[in-house]
Structures are given as structure tokens and as C-alpha cells.
Ligand binder design. Structure first.
Ligand SMILES: Nc1ncnc2c1ncn2[C@@H]1O[C@H](COP(=O)(O)OP(=O)(O)OP(=O)(O)O)[C@@H](O)[C@H]1O
Ligand SMILES: [Mg+2]
Length: 314
């Protein structure tokens, strides 16, 4: 449904994305994950036919986005990063207007607007001025806008950004529902987002693909090594030595002391080993006070670094 082959995009001398190749099958929900400036929006604009790539080819729903921009745009529903919604229009008049821009006339535009509102659960605000809506509802209007014309491909650029947790959950349900009939590619810089919504993930970092994998595989790759914070009421050097020699521990780093006598450490563990219970009981057996012991999650930036190093190593 989407085929991207050797795509690069430069702005002047700045290369925003470089040599991207990937495919998305019909009916898949794929997440583009990457930190700020990774090139997500740039890639999505190319997919939506906003601007052409500097190099490479892109096919969406069978159309070449450069040779056939009009048909591409008709096949694609695009939710841009910054929704430039017409804030002084009502929801329904805006959606009718969008449908007309996409080539529907009169009653057809009206029924497009009605069905898009139905799909996004915004019938109740049909006659409200867009500017008076909450952020979550405005975001839904943006999705409804992308849905008008019943495109087979949806390109959603950070559809949950700026929403509160409840709105995020609603939006995820909405996207999963839309993905039952359509091909969806969405961008985010939040890992749990792709884990809960997407079948597959493409990770971008500095304009390049660092990983393409199923969501399940990716979670496993990321969680393979562990990191534990431990605070022990014991002589620092003794505690450090004990931790370093413990089976399954790969490295130990001292943290600045937090209390009067306790020593704090960051303990890295080997792949797929959960040593927390054994470590806790060994500390207690030595007669030391176990003040705290908890897993420390990896930040997205650290995950990107790991995956980038993985790639360079292979
Ligand atoms: N029109 C433009 N002119 C010049 N540089 C641009 C333009 N659009 C994007 N860039 C640059 O290209 C890089 C990729 O930007 P892009 O917006 O695609 O990143 P992103 O992954 O969407 O980031 P974010 O998470 O912040 O939305 C950035 O360094 C950005 O400054
Ligand atoms: Mg962006």
C-alpha cells in the first residue's frame, strides 16, 4: 500500500532524511517513532504529497507521489502536525468545505462530513465553532478532516500530542478502529504509543532508519538488559564489591549519597536476567539495610542510542 524506496529530502544543504526505504502493507498500522528533528514530519509530508522527495521514489495506494500528486492526495487522508483548522467555522461546515475541496459536491459533501463525524465521535459538536472546542475535540476534527473522502491510507502526524491521558486513550481507540479498514501510518515520540496501537514500528533517528520491527520484537529488544537502582545502608566499598560480584550483574556505578549513611548504586544487569529478588535477599542476608531497590526504565533517547549502536555494530 505504501512503498518508499531510497528517499532523501534536503532543505538547502541540510539533509532532513536520508536514504529511507520501507513498505507498509494494506491494513497495517505502522508507527514512525523518533525524537524531535528525526524527520518524521518530513517523511509524512512526502507521503501526503505536500512536497516531493529530493531523491528516491514513493508509491502510495499504487500512485507515484511525484508523477501523480492529485490521485495520491485523493487516496490519502493527512492529519498534519499543526492543524491549521478554520477556527471560526463550525465543525460540520468545515468538514463539508474539506469534502468539497476533495471534489465532492452538495449532498455528497454533506454525507462525507456526517460519516467522518460519526467515525470520530464528534456529532455532538457538529454545530460548534471549532475555536471554542477543547484540544481533544479539535484533534478529532483534524482526524475527521483526514477521513473525509474515505481515503484508503491515513497519515497521522502526532495525533495524540498535547492530549490529556483520557483523551490519549480515546484517540488510541479511535485510531485502532480506523485501522481495521484502512492503512494507517502515525508518528509519535512516545514509545507506549506505538506499543499500544501499532503492528509495526519504524524508528527514525537523525533522518535515518535505525530499526524496523514488529512492536513485540522491538519491546523485547529494548527490555533485554536491565537497570536497577539500589540504596544500601552499608560501607560503600563493601556494598560495591558485593554488587559487582553478583551473578547476572554486568556493571555497577556509584551514585552520590542521598542520605547520611546509605550508599546508592546503579546496577546494570545482563540480558534477560531479573536479579532483583536474589539481589535483595543477598543484601538483607549480609545484615545490611536495604533502603530501596527498583528498576529504572530506559529513556527513549537511551533506547535510540542502543539501537543505533546495535546497527553500527552489525
Ligand atoms: N522546511 C524546512 N526547511 C528547513 N529545514 C527543515 C524544514 N522542515 C524540516 N526541517 C528540518 O528537518 C529536520 C527534520 O524535521 P522534522 O520536522 O521532519 O522532524 P520530526 O521528526 O517531525 O520532529 P518533531 O518530533 O519535532 O516533530 C529538522 O532538523 C528540521 O529542522
Ligand atoms: Mg514532526
Amino acid at each position: 500500500m505504501i512503498a518508499v524506496d531510497g528517499v532523501s529530502k534536503s532543505f538547502g544543504s541540510f539533509v532532513a532524511i536520508e536514504d529511507l526505504s520501507f513498505e507498509v502493507a494494506a491494513g497495517e498500522i505502522v508507527g514512525l517513532l523518533g525524537p524531535n528533528g528525526a524527520g518524521k514530519t518530513t517523511m509524512m509530508r512526502i507521503l501526503a504529497g505536500v512536497f516531493p522527495p529530493s531523491r528516491g521514489t514513493v508509491h502510495v495506494a499504487g500512485y507515484d507521489v511525484v508523477k501523480d500528486p492529485l490521485r495520491t492526495r485523493a487516496a490519502v487522508g493527512y492529519f498534519p502536525e499543526r492543524v491549521s483548522a478554520y477556527l471560526d467555522m463550525t465543525v460540520s461546515s468545515y468538514l463539508r468545505y474539506v469534502a468539497k475541496m476533495k471534489g465532492f459536491s452538495g449532498s455528497a459533501a454533506n454525507s462525507q462530513a456526517v460519516s467522518a463525524m460519526g467515525a470520530c465521535g464528534i456529532e455532538a459538536v457538529a454545530n460548534r465553532i471549532i475555536g471554542s472546542l477543547s484540544k481533544g475535540f479539535r484533534q478529532r476534527v483534524g482526524i475527521a478532516q483526514a477521513l473525509t473522502g474515505e481515503p484508503s491510507v491515513l497519515i497521522l502526524d502526532e495525533p495524540t500530542s498535547g492530549l490529556d491521558p483520557e483523551q490519549v486513550a480515546d484517540m488510541r481507540d479511535l485510531i485502532r478502529g480506523l485501522g481495521e479498514k484502512r492503512t494507517v501510518i502515525l508518528s509519535t515520540h512516545i514509545l507506549p504509543e506505538v506499543e499500544s496501537t501499532c503492528d509495526r514500528v519504524i524508528i527514525l533517528h537523525r533522518g535515518r532508519i535505525v530499526a524496523v520491527d514488529t512492536t513485540g520484537n522491538l519491546s523485547r529488544r529494548i527490555q533485554r538488559a536491565g537497570r536497577i537502582f539500589v540504596e544500601i545502608d552499608a560501607p560503600v566499598e563493601d556494598a560495591r564489591q558485593h554488587l559487582s560480584q553478583f551473578a547476572g550483574v554486568s556493571s555497577v556505578e556509584s551514585k552520590p549519597r542521598s542520605g547520611d549513611s546509605a550508599a546508592s548504586f546503579i546496577v546494570m544487569t545482563e540480558q534477560d536476567r531479573d536479579v532483583r529478588a536474589a539481589l535483595a535477599s543477598s543484601i538483607v542476608q549480609r545484615g545490611w539495610g536495604l533502603v530501596e531497590l527498583r528498576s529504572v526504565a530506559f529513556s527513549l533517547e537511551e533506547i535510540f542510542l542502543t539501537l543505533t549502536q546495535d546497527q553500527e555494530g552489525s
